[in-house]
Design a protein around this ligand. Sequence first.
Ligand code: ADE
Length: 263
Amino acid sequence: MNYYVMTLFPEMIQQGMNTSIIGRAMAKGLLSLETVNIRDYSVTGNGRIDDYPYGGGAGMVMQAEPVYRAYEALREKIGSKPRLIYLTPQGKVFNQKMAEEFAKEEDLIFLCGHYEGIDERVLEEIATDFVSIGDYVLTGGELPSMVMMDSIARMVPGVLSNQESGQFESFQGNLLEYPQYSRPEEWRGKIVPPVLLSGHHGNVDRWRRNQSILRTLRSRPELLLEVDFDKKDRKFLQSLVRGEAEETITEEEKSFLAKLLAF
Ligand code: ADE
């Protein structure tokens, strides 16, 4: 996977991407990262790349031409026309499925905006994807591009070791991950759930699956609409609704589950 980032702050991207698993993958040659400083393509010669918005209003707009020139230079260098992702709160909200899709590409270009945005005309010419990382506004596209590059990289074969790829599986099958525990068995009076010490793999798996369902119900109930429940899952869900399970849920959660089970 080759990442290219068009930005006004290349050092921010380079520093942010050089550590941990991503840094290791770059050292191994599984990933590459190149930054392009849009300011180098200023048309005024003084490094200015923004101007006032037509129609008035607060803030400045990044001009079309420097962005276009930076893109053209990059495209010539790459020799193909990769997907170009523009990071914007107006885009489609990023998720795990999109990360898996983007991971199939050989090259990806990220375009980071600043100020009040980028002249729409150049976006129409070069952007193939408009992506937001969530419903909040940041000062620029650099952090969102790094969030995307991190999660896409995890999906590139070889980036995670076998051990690592078994971890962090929240969103596998649309369920959040179950809680984890390590030594000691008792910490400040709190014990590890006894089933995890039982050595009974079947019971451990069942407990973890139930905890995943419970967590998803409590934090992200809408994800449950897309889950394929088996017979044992349904039994657990029913026991929650009837108040027969060890774990208790709220009345609101009960009525949500009752409707879900009716389908
Ligand atoms: N730029 C500013 N805020 C953003 C967000 N939430 N997602 C993507 N790009 C952004």
